[in-house]
Design a binder for this molecule. Structure first.
Ligand SMILES: Nc1ncnc2c1ncn2[C@@H]1O[C@H](COP(=O)(O)OP(=O)(O)OP(=O)(O)O)[C@@H](O)[C@H]1O
Ligand SMILES: [Mg+2]
Length: 461
């Protein structure tokens, strides 16, 4: 039996019609089984996983909708095609609602049936291919979306590899645009929870009064406007991950309620009486210093400890300038690909790259991403982006080190002190780049390791 042969179950009480249709379908390469009433059909369905069910809606015994329902319940991927009596579509509408792929009307025109059947099979094939492609995309997602070559970013990737597969609560901190949400998604996609939902809730984007309902859900009539019962994000993220963004904006009452849910792992919808068990991993984020909020009494200490099980702090872009060229390149390639028509990637001139690295990026990666998109739009087919294409604030940014050397104050300068400061700053940056490794820092400074150690000693004296 060829592996891709499709198995059809045809249910029809008019014997002549059923047999003729079955025969012709078999001629077209389908493996056809026949049933003459609802009971027979149900019995056959319980024994064999058919690919397609073609059923008359009006049958003796169980009717066609029941057969269809039972088939879909058992084999969610089965293709159901229902046959309705001449001039009636009423039953067909219901069948489609239940999950039938298509319907045809009597009298059956065989070519029409064959065409619908092929179309439905093709659609199913595409659907499963999509599922496959999506799973491949997820595979590639890994940490690929996260660009970073600097020491801090490499350490971050290592940390993510260890932390992602666990159930531990994570607290991500970092300035705006440093990639907190991207990291939260990466954690989810690299955890066993990836096949379930990643639900996100930005606590600062929703008024306090609605935030509670958003988180916990509500039952019908819980408050004005609650016309029907609704699950909250916590429930939606069951078995998955809930990304709680900007947690500091939560009121203390809500913080207490959230804490209770995290402790008990169950919740009650607003206005409800039933306890709902939930299994959710929480990844929280904030761009302010949560410990500071605790110290100031605006954030509950106990909730802070609950959330801060694994702290992940994302460095500002200005503190990892070496990532800038890679990020810029990454965004250039991505945006070029998405242009219509797609373009060969544009490159950045050396001087433009230097300027990007000199700028301070208050909006961090997001700001760089937006800038790259804008530059690409205005580059109008040129293959290189030059300094002149950069916005003024970036074009005129000065590298902090160079800056120290060229700006001579009008009222003179303390030479020794100035050189001392410059030396210290350069060494500090070299050590930061090397992650504290003195040999690597010395290499970056074209110094011998011993010379660097000596200098560090002298500067500290
Ligand atoms: N390491 C990175 N590699 C590639 N893209 C990144 C990286 N970090 C951030 N981005 C991109 O920068 C943009 C901002 O990232 P994200 O939304 O995750 O930041 P955020 O920290 O949540 O910002 P905010 O605090 O403003 O919400 C996104 O488009 C994201 O894809
Ligand atoms: Mg964010």
């Amino acid at each position: 039996m060829p592996e891709n042969e499709k198995h059809l179950l045809i249910v029809e009480d008019e014997a002549a019609l059923r047999e003729a249709t079955a025969e012709r379908l078999a001629d077209h390469g389908y493996a056809v089984t026949q049933a003459e009433n609802g009971e027979q059909a149900l019995a056959k369905l319980s024994e064999f996983a058919f690919d397609v069910l073609i059923t008359d809606l009006r049958l003796p015994g169980a009717d066609g909708t029941q057969v269809l329902e039972a088939a879909i319940e058992r084999y969610p991927k089965i293709i159901g095609i229902v046959v309705t009596g001449y001039g009636t579509v009423k039953g067909a509408v219901e069948a489609i609602k239940i999950g039938a792929a298509d319907y045809i009307q009597k009298p059956i025109h065989f070519d029409g049936l064959l065409f619908r059947l092929k179309a439905a099979l093709e659609q199913q094939r595409l659907k499963s291919e999509n599922v496959y492609l999506r799973s491949q995309l997820e595979e590639r997602y890994r940490f690929e979306g996260l660009v970073g070559h600097s020491q801090v970013m490499r350490e971050l990737f290592q940390l993510l590899e260890i932390v992602s597969p666990t159930n531990s609560t994570v607290l991500i901190t970092g300035e705006t645009g440093t990639g907190k949400e991207l990291v939260a998604r990466a954690i989810h996609h690299n955890s066993p929870r990836r096949t379930h939902r990643f639900a996100a809730l930005n606590c600062s984007a929703i008024p306090e009064t609605m935030l509670e309902a958003e988180l916990f859900g509500h039952v019908r009539g819980a408050f004005t406007g609650a016309v029907e019962s609704r699950p909250g994000r916590l429930e939606q993220a069951h078995k998955g991950t809930l990304f709680l963004d900007e947690v500091t904006t939560m009121s203390s009452a809500l913080q207490a309620k959230l804490l209770r849910v995290l402790q008990e792992r169950e919740l009650e919808r607003i206005g409800g009486t039933r306890q709902v068990k939930i299994d959710v991993r929480i990844v929280a984020a904030t761009n302010s210093d949560l410990a500071q909020h605790v110290a100031e009494g605006t954030f509950r200490k106990d909730l802070f400890y609950r959330l801060n099980v694994i702290p992940i702090s994302l460095p500002a872009l200005r503190d990892r300038r070496e990532d800038i060229p890679f990020l810029a390149q990454h965004f250039l390639e991505r945006f070029s690909r998405n242009l219509h028509p797609p373009r060969a990637p544009v490159e950045l001139s050396q001087e433009a790259t230097r300027q990007l690295m000199a700028y301070d990026w208050p909006g961090n990666v997001r700001q760089l991403e937006n800038l790259v998109e804008r530059m690409l739009t205005f580059s109008q087919g040129r293959s290189q982006i030059k300094v002149a294409d950069l916005p003024p604030e970036v074009r005129t940014a000065t590298n902090p080190v160079v800056n120290m050397q060229v700006k001579f104050p009008d009222d003179g300068i303390d030479f020794r002190r100035y050189v001392h400061d410059v030396e210290r700053e350069i060494i500090r940056q070299a050590l930061q780049k090397s992650g504290g490794n003195k040999r690597q820092a010395a290499d970056l400074l074209l110094l011998k390791r011993t010379t660097l150690i000596e200098k560090i000693k002298r500067l500290q004296a």
